[in-house]
Write a protein that binds this ligand. Structure first.
Ligand code: MN
Ligand code: MN
Length: 320
């Protein structure tokens, strides 16, 4: 809280101790429901991950290295601190191990932000958190178009017999009517699979899925065009699983898959989406314990910088 009278840290029984340790790009830590251009929100929940856990420390690592980010995005031609108002809202008071109370906490934290017309940019946490974010966003905008970058499609029906896991959020989101599959697209899937028909399962759910090898065949410009065509002018949510990036460039993640994208290819493809009407973003699955030289958290911080740059670009265009 940015409240001079309250200098006590939050009770560790209410808010986990790994919350609220720094801010993104050193912007103010302020909790407000006034309309802003964006709000950074940490969601350090990682107990729905299927292999390595530890992405609860992702938001802290991303914030820490984000001190490296400078305000000018030369390629998109914007300064993100000049015309935008944004805050670091702090972290959702997640409850480790308890996914449904955590979903409730995510919704309760995000809803006033979303309802004010502020664009949330969430830092995960494992990918299960996106379902809670989509619940808040869809309450305001209706079913949104999903732009999903990941090496996995995360549309399993169950993992370990559980419906709510980091491998299931997008099947649940479709069932709950939070996303419109006919305007949604998944990019970058690869690696060995349990079910050989997983890409077909995405199609059966009404999603468009472009696996990593097809991205390579089509080229980044063409894939960018396919994403824009798919989304159209629908309000969209951008969910970015850091394992989209090759583990050579982003080793610190829970379920890595080789044969991915370089950091330059990743940033280039994100910029191809700049004309889309995004109403929410997240970057998930950053796992600092497996990171090297802060490569992964710096990649994530730069992805968030591209997101903020796209918000700035849109604002500048609407002010002209
Ligand atoms: Mn994922
Ligand atoms: Mn993944």
């Amino acid at each position: 809280m940015n409240d001079a009278k309250n200098t006590q840290p939050a009770s560790a029984a209410q808010s986990p101790r790994f919350c609220n340790t720094g801010t993104f790009m050193r912007i103010p830590n302020t909790q407000t429901t006034e309309k802003l251009d964006f709000a950074i929100v940490g969601v350090p929940f990682d107990t729905a991950s299927s292999y390595r856990s530890g992405s609860r420390f992702g938001p802290t690592a991303i914030r820490q290295i984000s001190a490296m980010i400078k305000p000018n995005n030369v390629i998109l031609g914007v300064n993100v601190l000049e015309n935008l108002t944004g805050v670091d809202f702090g972290d959702v008071p997640i409850i480790p191990d308890y996914i449904h109370p955590t979903y409730k906490a995510i919704e309760e934290t995000l809803q006033p932000i979303v309802d004010a017309g502020t664009i949330p940019i969430c830092l995960g946490g494992d990918h299960s958190i996106t379902l809670g974010e989509l619940r808040a966003v869809a309450k305001k905008y209706g079913p949104v178009a999903l732009v999903h970058f990941d090496s996995h499609s995360d549309i399993c029906d169950e993992v370990f017999g559980q419906k709510y896991n980091h491998g299931t959020p997008f099947r649940r989101a479709i069932e709950e009517g939070l996303i419109d599959p006919s305007h949604s697209i998944q990019i970058g899937m690869r690696g060995s699979l349990y079910f050989p028909d997983e890409f077909q399962q995405a199609a059966d759910l009404g999603l468009k899925l472009i696996p990593a090898h097809e991205v390579r065949e089509l080229g980044l410009k063409e894939v960018g065009k396919l994403i824009r065509e798919r989304v159209g002018d629908k309000p969209a949510f951008y969910t970015f699983d850091i394992d989209f990036v090759d583990p050579a460039y982003a080793p610190g993640t829970g379920t890595p898959e080789v044969g991915g994208f370089t950091s330059l290819e990743t940033l280039t493809l994100i910029r191809e989406t700049k004309d889309i009407n995004f109403v929410g973003f997240d970057v998930v699955e950053v796992l600092p314990a497996y990171d090297t030289s802060e490569l992964t958290s710096y990649m994530a911080a730069n992805i968030v910088f591209e997101f903020i740059s796209m918000i700035a670009l849109k604002k500048n265009a609407s002010n002209k």
